[in-house]
Ligand binder design. Structure first.
Ligand SMILES: NC(=O)c1ccc[n+]([C@@H]2O[C@H](COP(=O)([O-])OP(=O)(O)OC[C@H]3O[C@@H](n4cnc5c(N)ncnc54)[C@H](OP(=O)(O)O)[C@@H]3O)[C@@H](O)[C@H]2O)c1
Length: 238
C-alpha cells in the first residue's frame, strides 16, 4: 500500500515529455523517470535507437529542434496517446564555438534555435495541457554558462542566458496556473558534451542531474525552486 506523502506529488499517471532522450543526460533522465513510475513521451531525432523503450508507458516520437512544426506535432501526439501532459523537460541542446573575433554566425543561429527557440516552442505547444493539469512542471536544462561567463563559447553562453530568461518569464507568467518552472544549470557533465579539462571522474555524473530533475518535478505547488546550479568545481556562486 502506498502511503500518501504531502511532500511530493504522486507520480502515478503523470505524463512527462523529455527532449533529447536518446543519449547523454536525456537518456539517463528517461531511465530515472521510468523507474519513478511516470508515463513518458520521449522526443528524439534518432528514434531507431529507442525502439526498446517504447511500450504501454512510453511513447517515442520524432522531435527535431530545427523544425518549427516539430514541437506541436510531438505535443499533440503525446496528448492523443495519454490524454494529458503534466511536465516538459527541455533537455536537448548543442554547443559550438562562437566568439567575438571568431566563429560562424550560422553556429550562433543553430544554438539559439536548439537551446532557446525550440524550448520556447515546446512550452507553447504543451501549455494548454500543463495548465489543465493544475500542477504542470517545466524544467529546462540550461547551464552554468547561462549564469555567468567563465570560459568556452560566448555564443553558447548567450543561448543559455537566453534560456534562463525564457525560464524566468514562464515561471512568472504561469505561476497562477499551477505551473512551476525550474532551470537546472549544470557545470561540466560526463557526456559527449563534457568540456575539455574534465574526465569521467571529475565531471558531474548525468545520474546526479537526473536525481535533481526527478526531485524538482515531484515537488508540490507550494515548494518550487527557480534554478538549480550544479558544479563539479569550486567557484563563488553567480
Ligand atoms: N555535458 C555538459 O557538460 C553540459 C553542461 C551544462 C549543460 N549541458 C546541457 O545539458 C543538455 C544535455 O546535454 P548532454 O550533455 O546530454 O549532451 P549530448 O550528450 O551531446 O546530448 C545532446 C542531446 O540533444 C539532442 N539534440 C541536439 N540537437 C538536436 C536537435 N536539433 N533536435 C533534437 N534533439 C537535438 C541530441 O540528439 P542527437 O543524438 O540527435 O544529436 C542529444 O539527445 C543540453 O541542453 C546541454 O546544453 C550539458
Amino acid at each position: 500500500m502506498t502511503i500518501p506523502n504531502p511532500g511530493h506529488l504522486d507520480q502515478a499517471g503523470r505524463v512527462i515529455m523529455l527532449s533529447g532522450a536518446n543519449r547523454g543526460i536525456g537518456a539517463v533522465i528517461a531511465k530515472r523517470l521510468r523507474q519513478d513510475g511516470y508515463l513518458l513521451s520521449l522526443g528524439a531525432r534518432a528514434l531507431e535507437n529507442m525502439a526498446e523503450q517504447a511500450g504501454e508507458n512510453c511513447l517515442c516520437h520524432a522531435f527535431d529542434a530545427f523544425d518549427p512544426e516539430s514541437p506541436k506535432a510531438w505535443a499533440d501526439a503525446t496528448f492523443a496517446r495519454f490524454g494529458r501532459i503534466d511536465g516538459l523537460i527541455n533537455n536537448a541542446g548543442i554547443a559550438a564555438a562562437f566568439g567575438f573575433e571568431d566563429g560562424d554566425e550560422a553556429d550562433l543561429d543553430r544554438m539559439l534555435e536548439v537551446n532557446l527557440k525550440a524550448p520556447y516552442r515546446l512550452i507553447c505547444a504543451a501549455l494548454p495541457h500543463l495548465k489543465a493539469a493544475g500542477s504542470g512542471r517545466i524544467v529546462t536544462v540550461t547551464s552554468m554558462a547561462g549564469m555567468r561567463f567563465k570560459r568556452g563559447s560566448p555564443g553558447y553562453a548567450m543561448s543559455k542566458f537566453a534560456a534562463m530568461g525564457l525560464n524566468s518569464a514562464a515561471r512568472a507568467q504561469f505561476w497562477d496556473d499551477g505551473i512551476r518552472v525550474t532551470a537546472v544549470a549544470p557545470g561540466p557533465v560526463n557526456t559527449d558534451m563534457m568540456p575539455q579539462g574534465f574526465t569521467a571522474e571529475t565531471a558531474t555524473q548525468p545520474e546526479t542531474i537526473a536525481d535533481i530533475i526527478a526531485t524538482v518535478i515531484a515537488m508540490p505547488n507550494n515548494a518550487s525552486v527557480a534554478s538549480v546550479p550544479i558544479n563539479a568545481v569550486f567557484e563563488p556562486l553567480p
